[in-house]
Design a protein around this ligand. Structure first.
Ligand code: NAD
Length: 314
């Protein structure tokens, strides 16, 4: 039975990944310091093949047993959290990634880094292929997230090239689904919460900025295919179906049947105007592309709220 370690395993994406790995017959070690994750996310996963380790990746990770795959997801992923804890964000990307990579090296495990579309910053190229190197502001408030991920990518490639570690890099674009936190500041959970509470939906700027939203099941399928592949260079995993924030807000109102108004607020600093993955590499190398349309994914997310789950998006 393969053993996978998932750092950030009690978070939104991590908990879905742990669930899928268990379904695929893995033993799963879920490591998390619960800074933004929650035990409620992994409540249903407790069986004898699942172990929860309450640990901060900034500290050395010591694990006795063999490990076949390390999925490194631990990070402060939402602006609301990395703006609150900027140094922790940089340390998770630097020390945390060192520790996760060091463990993968010691265990001769495959290593998968959860990187992000934010490495492209406010992109000057649209849609973004992996060969585009980005337009990131290192000294702006978002630099603590974007540069931490860029450093983590550089570190991952150095462990691969110099130390021979079998690494992979997933550049994840905005993903949504059940179990995200309603107050984490990201667009879909915020709009759903506002719509369901009959409050105005707050759109930043004029709402013409775009995002491409990937349903969580599609994203996790892509991550697992990447882990099972032999690819080392970054691969975009996201849904190329681009929507403006205003279109998204209108869709949320329609699907929830809410009569809330839409109001406009000022744009956050360095908020990207466009974000859309070029997924040619994922299609060619992994045979992966998203299957779930935004409207269907939103319906599933709304339905999950009725089952007591938190709502989410990125
Ligand atoms: P999340 O906040 O739900 O999950 C992150 C998890 O990491 C949480 O459980 C948190 O407690 C844990 N964590 C944070 N710092 C830690 C530390 N120092 N030690 C141990 N655990 C720590 O966020 P998510 O949306 O599930 O994101 C997971 C990963 O995917 C992150 O690396 C994020 O940057 C990346 N990503 C996510 C999206 C998205 O749309 N959700 C987009 C791009 C990239």
């Amino acid at each position: 039975m393969p053993t996978s370690l998932v750092t950030g395993g009690a978070g939104f994406l991590g908990s879905h990944l742990c669930e899928v790995l268990l379904e695929r017959g893995h033993r799963v070690l879920c490591l998390d310091n619960l800074e933004t994750g929650s035990l409620a996310n992994i409540d249903d996963l407790r069986d004898d093949r699942f172990v929860f380790l309450n640990h901060d990746v900034i500290e050395h990770i010591a694990i006795e047993e063999p490990i076949d795959v390390v999925f490194h997801l631990a990070a402060l992923a939402s602006p609301i959290d990395y703006l609150r804890l900027p140094l922790h964000s940089l340390k998770a990307g630097s020390y945390g990634t060192h520790h996760a990579l060091g463990l993968a090296k010691f265990k001769r495990a495959r290593f998968v880094l959860a990187s992000t579309s934010e490495v492209y910053g406010d992109p000057q190229v649209h849609p973004q292929p992996e060969t585009y190197w980005g337009h990131v502001n290192p000294v702006g408030p978002r630099g603590v997230y974007d540069e931490a991920k860029r450093y983590a990518e550089a570190l991952t490639m150095a462990y691969h090239r110099q130390q021979g570690v079998d690494t992979a890099i997933a550049r994840i674009f905005n993903t949504y689904g059940a179990r995200m936190r309603p107050n984490d500041g990201r667009a879909i959970p915020t709009f759903l919460r506002q719509a369901l509470e009959a409050r105005p939906l707050t759109v930043f700027g004029d709402g013409s900025q775009t995002r491409s939203f990937c349903y969580v099941d599609d994203l996790i399928r892509g991550l697992v295919l990447l882990a099972e592949s032999e690819e080392h260079l970054p691969i975009n995993i996201g849904n190329p179906d681009e929507k403006s924030l205003l279109e998204l807000a209108e869709m949320v109102l329609r699907l929830t049947g809410s009569s809330s108004q839409i109001i406009f607020e000022s744009l956050p600093v360095d908020d990207p105007q466009v974000r859309q993955p070029d997924i040619t590499r994922a299609k060619q190398l992994l045979g992966w592309e998203p299957e779930i349309e935004l409207e269907d994914g939103l319906r599933k997310t709304i339905a999950s709220l009725g089952r007591g789950a938190a709502v989410g998006s990125a």
